[in-house]
Design a protein around this ligand. Structure first.
Ligand code: UDP
Length: 238
């Protein structure tokens, strides 16, 4: 078996990934499958932080386009990420593995408040840490949160779980000539406007030289294959 390419990672799960086959909401079977994937990665001895998105429930910018107050809508979006994190925490625990949800927005009756040193300790002790509540600030995304937490927690990489098996030159659903990249420098991704992550997230990853590994979470065992460097994925920057 291929040795591990990464020992401490932040996995970014979009809200969309948690909706599974549904257009929105939380699909329990999908949550359970992703939880099993994360637990399998933990068994390898990898320290895992998981940043959970909220787009399956609410996106601030979309709600604001329809007339909602943007700042309030962003807070609602951050609360959506907490719901997703709690669903994942419970699913991981049901599999007998330790997990801890930590939110950037304090809600002590619900879960721990995010604090860098406590998160590091949980990870070192083998707990899967669900990093909820985004950055705790409106106008940011959970992609930015993932890179920020990866930098703070000294992670080797951000594993960006999507519904596609990497970064393509064009949308593979629309363009049959779209090419999939195995590896790209951060500058190439920017020059070609490949939209791997939003600009704030991407520029932080580039500054901190944190690789972003884009892979499909649809295949069971995907996280483990990415950790071994054998899965279909695109490695950006680093
Ligand atoms: N959000 C925010 N600040 C953050 C992270 C997220 O305000 O630091 C809000 C924002 O409204 C966003 C929503 O939470 O639309 C859900 O996050 P995101 O869109 O990144 O989720 P994903 O696309 O990964 O499902």
């Amino acid at each position: 078996m291929a040795p591990l390419a990464y020992r401490r990672v932040v996995v970014k799960l979009s809200g969309e990934a948690l909706a599974g086959p549904e257009p929105s909401g939380i699909d329990q079977a999908t949550i359970d499958r992703i939880a099993a994937d994360l637990v399998a990665a933990r068994v390898l001895g990898v320290s895992l932080g998981v940043v959970v998105g909220g787009g399956n429930l609410l996106r601030g910018a979309t709600a604001a386009d329809k007339g909602a107050d943007r700042t309030t809508a962003d807070v609602m979006g951050m609360l959506a990420t907490v719901m997703n994190a709690l669903a994942l925490e419970a699913a991981i625990e049901r599999l007998g593995a330790p997990a801890r949800a930590m939110s950037a927005l304090s809600m002590p009756q619900v879960c721990e408040t995010y604090e860098r040193r406590a998160a590091r300790r949980h990870m070192a002790d083998g707990r899967i840490v669900l990093l909820a509540g985004g950055t705790g600030n409106p106008f940011f995304t959970t992609d930015t949160t993932a890179v920020l937490r990866a930098a703070e927690l000294s992670a080797d990489a951000v594993l960006k779980a999507t519904n596609v098996d990497g970064v393509y030159s064009a949308d593979p659903k629309r363009d049959p000539n779209a090419v999939r990249y195995d590896r790209l420098s951060a500058d190439e991704a920017l020059e070609r406007r490949l939209g791997v992550m939003d600009f704030t997230a991407f520029s932080l990853a580039r500054d901190r030289r944190i690789p972003i590994i884009v892979f499909s979470i649809r295949e069971p065992g995907a996280v483990e294959s990415v950790l071994r460097g054998t899965g279909r994925a695109t490695i950006v920057g680093g």
